[in-house]
Design a protein around this ligand. Structure first.
Ligand code: UDP
Length: 323
Protein backbone atom coordinates (compact mmCIF):
# COMPACT_ATOMS: atom_id res chain seq x y z
CA UNK A 1 0.00 0.00 0.00
CA UNK A 2 0.96 3.64 -0.39
CA UNK A 3 0.17 5.21 2.98
CA UNK A 4 -0.12 8.95 3.60
CA UNK A 5 0.89 9.83 7.16
CA UNK A 6 -0.09 13.26 8.51
CA UNK A 7 2.10 13.96 11.53
CA UNK A 8 4.70 11.36 10.56
CA UNK A 9 7.54 13.36 12.14
CA UNK A 10 6.20 13.03 15.69
CA UNK A 11 6.81 10.27 18.21
CA UNK A 12 4.14 7.71 17.35
CA UNK A 13 4.03 8.80 13.68
CA UNK A 14 7.77 8.29 13.12
CA UNK A 15 7.79 4.84 14.76
CA UNK A 16 4.70 3.85 12.78
CA UNK A 17 6.29 4.96 9.49
CA UNK A 18 9.38 2.86 10.18
CA UNK A 19 7.14 -0.14 10.89
CA UNK A 20 5.09 0.39 7.69
CA UNK A 21 8.25 0.74 5.59
CA UNK A 22 9.73 -2.40 7.19
CA UNK A 23 6.55 -4.22 6.21
CA UNK A 24 7.16 -3.24 2.57
CA UNK A 25 4.71 -0.35 2.25
CA UNK A 26 5.38 3.01 0.64
CA UNK A 27 5.02 6.05 2.91
CA UNK A 28 4.48 9.78 2.32
CA UNK A 29 4.80 11.99 5.41
CA UNK A 30 3.00 15.34 5.68
CA UNK A 31 4.15 17.34 8.70
CA UNK A 32 4.49 21.01 9.65
CA UNK A 33 7.48 20.25 11.94
CA UNK A 34 5.93 22.37 14.73
CA UNK A 35 6.52 19.65 17.31
CA UNK A 36 7.93 16.91 15.09
CA UNK A 37 11.48 16.62 13.79
CA UNK A 38 12.77 16.36 10.21
CA UNK A 39 15.33 13.86 11.56
CA UNK A 40 12.50 11.61 12.75
CA UNK A 41 11.26 11.12 9.17
CA UNK A 42 12.53 7.81 7.84
CA UNK A 43 14.80 8.46 4.83
CA UNK A 44 12.83 5.83 2.89
CA UNK A 45 9.67 7.95 3.16
CA UNK A 46 8.71 10.88 0.95
CA UNK A 47 8.53 14.10 3.02
CA UNK A 48 6.08 16.93 2.32
CA UNK A 49 6.32 19.91 4.68
CA UNK A 50 2.93 21.49 5.23
CA UNK A 51 0.33 22.52 7.75
CA UNK A 52 -3.21 21.16 8.04
CA UNK A 53 -4.46 24.75 8.32
CA UNK A 54 -3.65 25.07 4.61
CA UNK A 55 -6.38 23.26 2.66
CA UNK A 56 -4.67 23.77 -0.71
CA UNK A 57 -1.43 22.22 0.60
CA UNK A 58 -3.01 19.13 2.13
CA UNK A 59 -5.38 18.63 -0.81
CA UNK A 60 -2.53 18.89 -3.34
CA UNK A 61 -0.39 16.47 -1.34
CA UNK A 62 -3.15 13.86 -1.15
CA UNK A 63 -4.11 14.34 -4.82
CA UNK A 64 -0.49 13.88 -5.91
CA UNK A 65 0.13 10.88 -3.63
CA UNK A 66 -3.15 9.05 -4.41
CA UNK A 67 -2.77 6.99 -1.21
CA UNK A 68 -4.38 3.63 -0.50
CA UNK A 69 -4.80 4.73 3.10
CA UNK A 70 -4.27 7.73 5.35
CA UNK A 71 -3.17 7.86 8.99
CA UNK A 72 -3.75 11.07 10.92
CA UNK A 73 -1.34 11.68 13.82
CA UNK A 74 -0.96 15.46 13.42
CA UNK A 75 -2.18 17.01 16.66
CA UNK A 76 -1.10 18.85 19.78
CA UNK A 77 -0.83 16.46 22.72
CA UNK A 78 -0.35 18.40 25.95
CA UNK A 79 -3.31 17.89 28.27
CA UNK A 80 -2.14 20.62 30.68
CA UNK A 81 -1.63 23.12 27.86
CA UNK A 82 -5.11 22.34 26.53
CA UNK A 83 -6.55 23.52 29.88
CA UNK A 84 -4.66 26.82 29.57
CA UNK A 85 -5.25 27.42 25.86
CA UNK A 86 -8.31 25.39 24.82
CA UNK A 87 -8.79 27.19 21.51
CA UNK A 88 -5.30 26.16 20.38
CA UNK A 89 -6.51 22.56 20.70
CA UNK A 90 -9.93 23.06 19.10
CA UNK A 91 -8.34 25.10 16.28
CA UNK A 92 -5.61 22.62 15.40
CA UNK A 93 -6.97 19.25 16.47
CA UNK A 94 -10.50 19.89 15.17
CA UNK A 95 -10.74 22.86 12.78
CA UNK A 96 -7.48 22.24 10.89
CA UNK A 97 -8.15 18.52 10.79
CA UNK A 98 -11.38 19.25 8.87
CA UNK A 99 -9.14 20.14 5.92
CA UNK A 100 -7.60 16.68 6.04
CA UNK A 101 -11.02 15.09 6.25
CA UNK A 102 -12.36 17.11 3.31
CA UNK A 103 -9.31 16.39 1.16
CA UNK A 104 -9.65 12.68 1.98
CA UNK A 105 -13.30 12.72 0.85
CA UNK A 106 -12.53 14.78 -2.28
CA UNK A 107 -9.83 12.33 -3.29
CA UNK A 108 -11.76 9.19 -2.32
CA UNK A 109 -9.13 7.97 0.13
CA UNK A 110 -10.10 4.33 0.82
CA UNK A 111 -9.53 4.48 4.60
CA UNK A 112 -8.60 7.03 7.25
CA UNK A 113 -7.12 5.86 10.55
CA UNK A 114 -7.24 8.45 13.32
CA UNK A 115 -5.00 8.69 16.35
CA UNK A 116 -7.43 9.05 19.25
CA UNK A 117 -6.97 8.65 22.98
CA UNK A 118 -8.21 7.14 26.23
CA UNK A 119 -8.72 10.78 27.29
CA UNK A 120 -12.12 10.62 25.51
CA UNK A 121 -13.36 8.62 28.56
CA UNK A 122 -12.36 11.22 31.15
CA UNK A 123 -12.64 9.53 34.54
CA UNK A 124 -14.01 6.10 33.57
CA UNK A 125 -16.09 4.20 36.12
CA UNK A 126 -15.42 0.64 34.95
CA UNK A 127 -11.93 -0.84 34.74
CA UNK A 128 -10.83 -2.26 32.33
CA UNK A 129 -12.31 0.38 30.05
CA UNK A 130 -14.18 -0.91 27.03
CA UNK A 131 -15.56 1.10 24.10
CA UNK A 132 -19.03 1.06 25.69
CA UNK A 133 -17.80 3.23 28.57
CA UNK A 134 -19.42 6.71 28.41
CA UNK A 135 -17.22 9.31 26.71
CA UNK A 136 -16.99 12.26 29.10
CA UNK A 137 -13.71 14.09 28.47
CA UNK A 138 -12.41 16.27 31.30
CA UNK A 139 -10.05 18.43 29.26
CA UNK A 140 -10.07 20.17 25.86
CA UNK A 141 -7.46 17.71 24.54
CA UNK A 142 -9.80 14.73 25.05
CA UNK A 143 -12.84 16.74 23.95
CA UNK A 144 -11.16 17.75 20.68
CA UNK A 145 -10.22 14.12 19.94
CA UNK A 146 -13.79 13.02 20.64
CA UNK A 147 -15.19 15.80 18.45
CA UNK A 148 -13.02 14.67 15.56
CA UNK A 149 -14.10 11.05 16.06
CA UNK A 150 -17.71 12.20 15.78
CA UNK A 151 -16.95 14.27 12.69
CA UNK A 152 -15.40 11.16 11.12
CA UNK A 153 -18.49 9.13 12.00
CA UNK A 154 -20.67 11.71 10.18
CA UNK A 155 -18.31 11.84 7.20
CA UNK A 156 -18.54 8.08 7.03
CA UNK A 157 -22.34 8.10 7.21
CA UNK A 158 -22.94 10.99 4.82
CA UNK A 159 -19.92 10.99 2.50
CA UNK A 160 -18.85 7.35 2.64
CA UNK A 161 -15.37 7.97 4.10
CA UNK A 162 -14.28 4.73 5.81
CA UNK A 163 -12.46 5.40 9.09
CA UNK A 164 -11.16 3.82 12.26
CA UNK A 165 -10.34 5.81 15.42
CA UNK A 166 -7.78 4.13 17.67
CA UNK A 167 -7.96 5.17 21.31
CA UNK A 168 -4.49 4.70 22.73
CA UNK A 169 -3.81 4.32 26.40
CA UNK A 170 -0.19 5.24 27.36
CA UNK A 171 2.04 4.93 24.30
CA UNK A 172 5.61 4.07 25.30
CA UNK A 173 8.85 2.50 24.09
CA UNK A 174 10.76 3.06 20.85
CA UNK A 175 11.18 1.56 17.41
CA UNK A 176 14.62 0.66 16.00
CA UNK A 177 15.44 4.23 14.97
CA UNK A 178 12.84 6.53 16.53
CA UNK A 179 11.75 7.34 20.05
CA UNK A 180 9.97 9.71 22.37
CA UNK A 181 11.44 13.21 22.52
CA UNK A 182 8.74 15.78 23.16
CA UNK A 183 9.54 19.44 23.70
CA UNK A 184 8.62 20.13 26.41
CA UNK A 185 8.58 16.61 27.88
CA UNK A 186 5.69 15.80 30.20
CA UNK A 187 5.38 12.02 29.96
CA UNK A 188 6.42 9.76 32.76
CA UNK A 189 8.82 7.28 31.11
CA UNK A 190 11.03 9.82 29.28
CA UNK A 191 11.06 12.05 32.38
CA UNK A 192 12.21 9.19 34.62
CA UNK A 193 14.89 8.39 32.03
CA UNK A 194 16.08 11.99 32.06
CA UNK A 195 16.53 11.58 35.83
CA UNK A 196 18.45 8.32 35.25
CA UNK A 197 20.68 10.11 32.70
CA UNK A 198 21.38 12.90 35.18
CA UNK A 199 19.62 15.42 32.91
CA UNK A 200 17.17 16.30 35.66
CA UNK A 201 17.71 16.51 39.38
CA UNK A 202 14.92 14.12 40.31
CA UNK A 203 11.63 12.63 39.22
CA UNK A 204 8.43 13.91 40.81
CA UNK A 205 5.68 11.49 41.71
CA UNK A 206 2.32 13.22 41.38
CA UNK A 207 0.27 11.80 44.24
CA UNK A 208 1.00 8.89 46.57
CA UNK A 209 -2.43 8.88 48.19
CA UNK A 210 -4.52 7.25 45.47
CA UNK A 211 -6.66 4.24 46.23
CA UNK A 212 -4.18 1.83 44.60
CA UNK A 213 -1.86 -0.78 46.17
CA UNK A 214 1.17 1.55 46.41
CA UNK A 215 -0.82 4.80 46.41
CA UNK A 216 0.39 5.96 42.95
CA UNK A 217 -1.60 6.12 39.69
CA UNK A 218 -1.92 3.06 37.52
CA UNK A 219 -1.65 3.31 33.75
CA UNK A 220 -1.70 0.90 30.81
CA UNK A 221 1.59 1.28 28.90
CA UNK A 222 1.44 0.00 25.33
CA UNK A 223 4.46 -0.37 23.04
CA UNK A 224 4.54 2.06 20.13
CA UNK A 225 5.24 -0.79 17.66
CA UNK A 226 2.14 -2.61 18.89
CA UNK A 227 0.24 0.59 18.13
CA UNK A 228 1.87 0.67 14.68
CA UNK A 229 0.74 -2.90 13.99
CA UNK A 230 -2.85 -1.94 14.88
CA UNK A 231 -2.76 1.04 12.48
CA UNK A 232 -1.77 -1.18 9.58
CA UNK A 233 -4.46 -3.73 10.47
CA UNK A 234 -7.03 -0.94 10.76
CA UNK A 235 -6.11 0.34 7.29
CA UNK A 236 -6.53 -3.16 5.89
CA UNK A 237 -9.81 -3.86 7.72
CA UNK A 238 -13.38 -3.02 6.65
CA UNK A 239 -14.26 -2.06 10.23
CA UNK A 240 -15.41 1.53 10.78
CA UNK A 241 -15.63 2.91 14.31
CA UNK A 242 -13.55 3.38 17.46
CA UNK A 243 -11.31 0.83 19.18
CA UNK A 244 -9.21 0.86 22.35
CA UNK A 245 -5.52 -0.03 22.23
CA UNK A 246 -3.76 -0.98 25.42
CA UNK A 247 -1.87 -3.90 26.90
CA UNK A 248 -4.60 -4.67 29.44
CA UNK A 249 -1.96 -4.51 32.18
CA UNK A 250 -1.71 -1.80 34.77
CA UNK A 251 1.53 -0.45 36.21
CA UNK A 252 1.88 2.15 38.94
CA UNK A 253 4.11 5.21 38.74
CA UNK A 254 6.36 3.63 41.39
CA UNK A 255 6.64 0.42 39.35
CA UNK A 256 7.70 2.45 36.30
CA UNK A 257 10.32 4.29 38.38
CA UNK A 258 11.68 0.97 39.71
CA UNK A 259 11.74 -0.55 36.22
CA UNK A 260 13.78 2.38 34.89
CA UNK A 261 16.22 1.91 37.81
CA UNK A 262 16.51 -1.79 36.99
CA UNK A 263 16.88 -1.43 33.20
CA UNK A 264 19.28 1.53 33.32
CA UNK A 265 21.25 0.32 36.33
CA UNK A 266 21.25 3.92 37.58
CA UNK A 267 19.89 5.44 40.73
CA UNK A 268 18.27 8.86 41.00
CA UNK A 269 16.24 10.96 43.42
CA UNK A 270 12.47 10.72 43.65
CA UNK A 271 10.33 13.51 45.09
CA UNK A 272 6.76 13.21 46.28
CA UNK A 273 4.48 15.92 44.84
CA UNK A 274 0.76 16.64 45.18
CA UNK A 275 -1.68 15.00 42.77
CA UNK A 276 -1.79 16.40 39.24
CA UNK A 277 -5.33 17.75 38.65
CA UNK A 278 -7.45 15.55 36.40
CA UNK A 279 -5.46 12.33 36.81
CA UNK A 280 -7.70 9.26 37.24
CA UNK A 281 -6.32 6.74 39.76
CA UNK A 282 -6.51 3.86 37.31
CA UNK A 283 -6.66 3.54 33.52
CA UNK A 284 -6.51 0.08 32.01
CA UNK A 285 -7.78 -0.83 28.55
CA UNK A 286 -10.06 -3.59 27.49
CA UNK A 287 -8.69 -4.12 23.96
CA UNK A 288 -10.56 -7.32 23.25
CA UNK A 289 -12.51 -5.62 20.43
CA UNK A 290 -9.31 -4.63 18.57
CA UNK A 291 -7.97 -8.17 18.99
CA UNK A 292 -11.19 -9.75 17.78
CA UNK A 293 -12.04 -7.32 14.96
CA UNK A 294 -8.58 -6.47 13.61
CA UNK A 295 -6.74 -9.65 14.60
CA UNK A 296 -4.36 -7.43 16.58
CA UNK A 297 -1.68 -9.36 18.52
CA UNK A 298 0.48 -7.12 20.71
CA UNK A 299 4.06 -8.43 20.72
CA UNK A 300 5.56 -6.51 23.65
CA UNK A 301 3.95 -7.96 26.72
CA UNK A 302 5.98 -6.69 29.62
CA UNK A 303 6.76 -3.28 31.05
CA UNK A 304 10.40 -4.38 31.07
CA UNK A 305 10.45 -4.81 27.26
CA UNK A 306 8.82 -1.40 26.81
CA UNK A 307 11.20 0.39 29.17
CA UNK A 308 14.21 -1.49 27.72
CA UNK A 309 13.40 -0.38 24.17
CA UNK A 310 12.98 3.24 25.29
CA UNK A 311 16.29 3.09 27.21
CA UNK A 312 18.15 1.49 24.28
CA UNK A 313 16.95 4.25 21.97
CA UNK A 314 18.09 6.94 24.39
CA UNK A 315 21.51 5.30 24.77
CA UNK A 316 21.90 5.30 20.97
CA UNK A 317 20.58 8.88 20.70
CA UNK A 318 21.77 10.64 23.88
CA UNK A 319 20.95 14.08 22.47
CA UNK A 320 17.55 13.07 21.04
CA UNK A 321 16.86 14.96 17.82
CA UNK A 322 18.68 18.16 16.94
CA UNK A 323 16.29 19.30 14.19
N1 UDP B 1 3.52 11.31 36.41
C1 UDP B 1 4.30 11.54 37.52
N2 UDP B 1 5.39 12.35 37.40
C2 UDP B 1 5.72 12.98 36.23
C3 UDP B 1 4.92 12.74 35.10
C4 UDP B 1 3.82 11.90 35.23
O1 UDP B 1 4.03 11.01 38.61
O2 UDP B 1 6.71 13.72 36.21
C5 UDP B 1 2.36 10.41 36.52
C6 UDP B 1 1.04 11.04 36.11
O3 UDP B 1 0.45 11.69 37.21
C7 UDP B 1 0.26 9.82 35.65
C8 UDP B 1 1.33 8.88 35.09
O4 UDP B 1 2.57 9.34 35.62
O5 UDP B 1 -0.35 9.19 36.73
C9 UDP B 1 1.42 8.90 33.58
O6 UDP B 1 1.49 10.26 33.17
P1 UDP B 1 1.79 10.69 31.68
O7 UDP B 1 1.79 12.20 31.65
O8 UDP B 1 3.00 10.00 31.17
O9 UDP B 1 0.55 10.13 30.85
P2 UDP B 1 -1.05 10.30 31.04
O10 UDP B 1 -1.50 9.10 31.81
O11 UDP B 1 -1.28 11.60 31.73
O12 UDP B 1 -1.55 10.30 29.65
Amino acid sequence: MHIFVAGGAGYIGSCCCEYLLDQGHQVSVFDALLTGYRQAVDPRAEFIEGNLSDYAAIEAAIRKTRPDGLIHFAAFIEVGESMLDPLKYFRNNVANALNLCQAAVENQVPKLVFSSTAAVYGMPESIPVSETEPTVPINPYGEAKLMFERILAWQHRLKGLPYCALRYFNAAGASRSYGEAHRPESHLIPLVMEAAEGKRECISIFGEDYNTPDGTCIRDYIHVLDLAQAHLLALQSDFCGSLNLGSGLGHSVKEVVEMVRQVSGRDFAVRSQPRRPGDPARLIADSSAAKRILGWKPAYESLEQIVQSAWDWRCKNPKGYSH
